[in-house]
Design a protein around this ligand. Sequence first.
Ligand code: DGL
Length: 260
Amino acid sequence: MLSDMPSTRRDARDNRPVGFFDSGLGGLCILEAFKRECPAESTVYIADSRHCPYGNRPAEEIVRISRANVEFLLGRNCKMIVVACNTATAAAIDVLRKEFPSIPFIGLEPAVKPAALKSKSGVVGVLATAGTFSGRLYRETSARFAKDVTVIAAVADEFVTLVERGETSGRRAERIVRSRLEPLFAAGADNIVLGCTHFPHLKPLIEKITAGRAEIEDPSEAVARQAGRVLRERGILGDNEEPTHEFIRTKEDDDGETRD
Ligand code: DGL
């Protein structure tokens, strides 16, 4: 009798992996937060170095690239996909949701709302790529949640290059990061939104330069919690005793097969 009881619960578990993709290493901060939040989930991560950076590419191209990443992850049997990239979310998430209606997607967008709510000075700085700023999501969110604050958008594409090179400290990195932050402080920003998943990798440097002048909004933990919530709500949580974590990096100069 007893042996029948747990089976229903066990059968409801779904041990397929959760897929992630980004233009490179940026989304690893989301992946790491997710592994802390949902330690029994297996994952597959695509670092799409071949197309890095996404930031300045036309939206249609990012849609095409994102679709290929999703198809690859579905080929790996993923049950949910985290678009661990603000730029790809801005350009492609609506299309992806339409084209793959049975797959839950989690996207990233700059955390303008919490920053606007917390700001005392009434000025919020957002660091992101050009692609993120030109997307519908950003325009709508800032129009909706930042009515009473001034939002300053600062394109910081060079931060992506720094992170991809592993240059997250040192004099040159400090000069580049400072050149983007100081104008925001000069304008009175007391909240800085990290609107690109590469930027949390520069957080120690950003905090050093900020020196208490502003709060830093890093969305990684909130996104990981949201991903866990969706798995629960859809009844597709995993309970892997030994979860696997596959890391796939697309090749930079490969014009044929895009994956290693
Ligand atoms: N990490 C990405 C983002 O969150 C994009 C960086 C890039 O490739 O330009 O926007």
